[in-house]
Design a protein around this ligand. Structure first.
Ligand code: FE
Length: 205
């Protein structure tokens, strides 16, 4: 969990059961999620819309959780739009998120999260219409993320075995920037989250 600005590692490692983990994640969104994500919505609204789109499409629970938490790396890194350097450098929020979430969640949650930026680069390479539909912030971040994949990168992406869920997550991600779409609350997802949390050995009493 290197690179966490404010999320103190020892505090996270003291969490004792799934409900405490979920509550701590909820507090992170309470404290940092009201920052703006894109031109339109906050981090928390973006997360909730992503999860709600996934659920509406009949995604399995781990992929709904992945959709909800896919940008938690931005919160952990203290990256948000009001900062003058927002998205100027790529801090690899997807890797930070996947490493963080791996403390409690399996690969069916962490891998789509880890690959959701690559999924944009993949879709830009294989689907010309996709690139045309990106928001201005996504176009801007695409540049610092390396632009569309080349053929070898496409092959490697498919070989991860998580191309499909990562690409599905990406499409919900892109749609989850709608000011007019009403959302529930982070706590609506608490039971789903808690059911998927596995406590690390070191945290056992
Ligand atoms: Fe996102």
């Amino acid at each position: 969990m290197s690179g966490l600005e404010a999320a103190d590692r020892s505090t996270w490692m003291e969490l004792r059961d799934p409900n405490e983990v979920v509550e701590a994640i909820g507090r992170l969104y309470d404290e940092r999620g009201s920052s703006n994500y894109d031109e339109a919505v906050t981090q928390t609204v973006h997360a909730l819309q992503s999860a709600e789109l996934a659920a509406a499409d009949g995604a399995p629970p781990p992929l709904i959780v992945a959709a909800l938490l896919h940008d938690i790396g931005h919160l952990l890194l203290g990256e948000w739009e009001s900062r003058p350097d927002f998205l100027d450098r790529d801090l690899h929020h997807e890797d930070v998120a996947a490493r963080f979430l791996a403390n409690w969640f399996g690969a069916d949650v962490t891998e789509p999260v880890r690959l959701h930026v690559d999924a944009k680069r993949y879709l830009c390479a294989v689907d010309p219409r996709y690139a045309g539909g990106l928001s201005p912030a996504s176009v801007r971040s695409l540049e610092v993320q390396g632009g569309p994949m080349d053929a070898a990168e496409v092959e490697a992406f498919v070989a991860t075995g998580f191309a499909e869920p990562a690409t599905e997550l990406r499409r919900w991600d892109d749609l989850a920037k709608d000011v007019d779409r009403p959302v529930g609350t982070f706590r609506d997802h608490a039971p789903l989250l808690a059911a998927l949390v596995t406590m690390p050995e070191r945290s056992m009493p």
